[in-house]
Design a protein around this ligand. Sequence first.
Ligand SMILES: [Zn+2]
Length: 259
Amino acid sequence: MTTFSYIKQLDDFKTTAAWLARRGWSEAAGGNMSVRLDALAALHEDDHIELPVEVPYIAGQIVLLTGSGTRAREIGENPEPNIGLYKIADDGRHYGWIAGNHNPSMELPAHFAIHNALEKNRPEDKAILHTHPASLIALCHVPGLNSGKAISDKILSLQSEARLILPEGIGFVDHELPGSLELGLKSAEQLSRHHLVLWQYHGLLASGATLAGAFDKLEVFEKSASIYWKLRAANIDPAGIDKSTIKEILKAFGRLDRY
Ligand SMILES: [Zn+2]
């Protein structure tokens, strides 16, 4: 297979990468994205690369993953040279390259571990993206905002619909070495309950049925954070919408059980 331009998910990469670049959320080669597909190719016997983690739930599946050092602004123009197509072997312990860019993001094991957890807990979420929005990273430097609950309560109470989109709040992982498997494994655990995970001092991980869907949730969280920073610039530390009103909103839309 020399080309895979017919894979419809490439359009999702193209559009979402262009938006990440336009918003200034993926500077230089920062960030990465992946989407898993139903199997469509065989893996050669001599292309079994060992994984540092076991991923039995996605055994036999195909994953599209951004290449190492690739730029969102370039993926937004021409995705195919910047994205690789990989297959997880049937044993869930090896993988191989099939087509496209064959120098994967150093976060390949982390992406596979996260897809494995999603397939187990929320199989409809096929896409994950990681990016560096400044207003979200800045939250990590505010004393007291050092847990998913503290950040969710403070930031998602600033706009009437934010908690409705993210009723379970956001997950949080204390600072870990960028690209480490540990960061991937901790994120996988958090993503089983949340659609967004903030990596302390680093950036955000988002999941969705598509990359565009993951981007939607990132946008909602980022909007609330930008409201927070506007208020702080005006010397206001906002108390936010009170808890009983938040619960009323969630109840009206049948989402209180996810709060
Ligand atoms: Zn990063």
